[in-house]
Design a protein around this ligand. Structure first.
Ligand code: HEC
Length: 194
């Protein structure tokens, strides 16, 4: 071992060794296999293409964006499916938590015109027997959502949305138990809900 010639096994191939010695271990000076290099370069090319595709040119939405989009669609669909009908709105009128929320939306948005006790003012009373735009729950909800702009009743679809408008409807119904049995029909035929 005086000439520092490394130990070589008899059945080892007679190939050049690298200069380095790591803890007495030496390596053959071999080329990396082509499949391995191809994988490496392929990964690099892929990562650059991926980066350009998703982050520089934004050709396709990233997985996060796709997820957000899907969640948005699901929420919109759930809101659609929740739907309302007369029966559901009457049920809501019996749920105190919904009525309480409806009351606070009413106080904030409607009381200025319709009065704290729905007794009316600038707007018509919402506790009397006279419902020009219909006294069915769905008709009341529709009046709130679409308003009667030409008569000074603003539409609330954009400002409050369906859920809060439905909660207000429940609150109004809770103050008009007599309407349950269709006390005053009101509304013109074309405003009637199916
Ligand atoms: C700027 C004043 C104003 C505000 C605020 C207002 N309203 Fe009105 N509302 C009116 C007026 C005026 C009418 C009467 C429209 C008509 O004569 O056709 C009316 C009519 C209505 C009707 C129809 C009543 C009927 O006889 O059929 C309902 C229901 C109603 N409002 C609910 C609401 C609710 C709920 C809110 C709050 C989200 C609200 N309004 C906010 C002015 C207002």
């Amino acid at each position: 071992m005086s000439d520092h010639k490394p130990y070589r096994d008899s059945h080892e191939p007679d190939e050049p060794l690298r200069e380095h010695v790591f803890d007495g271990i030496r390596e053959f000076d071999k080329k990396l296999p082509n499949w391995w290099l191809l994988t490496l370069y392929g990964t690099i090319v892929f990562s650059i293409a991926y980066w350009a595709w998703f982050h520089i040119y934004e050709i396709a939405p990233t997985p996060e964006e796709k997820l957000a989009l899907a969640q948005e669609r699901a929420a919109a669909r759930a809101a659609e499916e929740r739907g309302y009908d007369n029966e559901r709105l009457w049920e809501m009128a019996l749920e105190s938590s919904i009525v309480d929320r409806g009351r606070s939306h009413y106080v904030n948005n409607c009381a200025a015109c319709h009065g704290m006790e729905l007794e009316g003012g600038i707007g018509t009373p919402l506790v009397d027997a006279d419902w020009q735009h219909g006294s069915e729950p769905m008709q009341i909800l529709k009046t709130i959502l679409d308003g009667v702009p030409e008569k000074g009743m603003p539409p609330w679809r954009a400002g409050l949305g369906e859920t809060r408008s439905a909660e207000i409807t429940a609150y109004i119904l809770s103050k008009n138990p007599g309407l349950r049995n269709g006390a005053s029909p009101g509304g013109s035929p074309e405003e009637e809900t199916p």
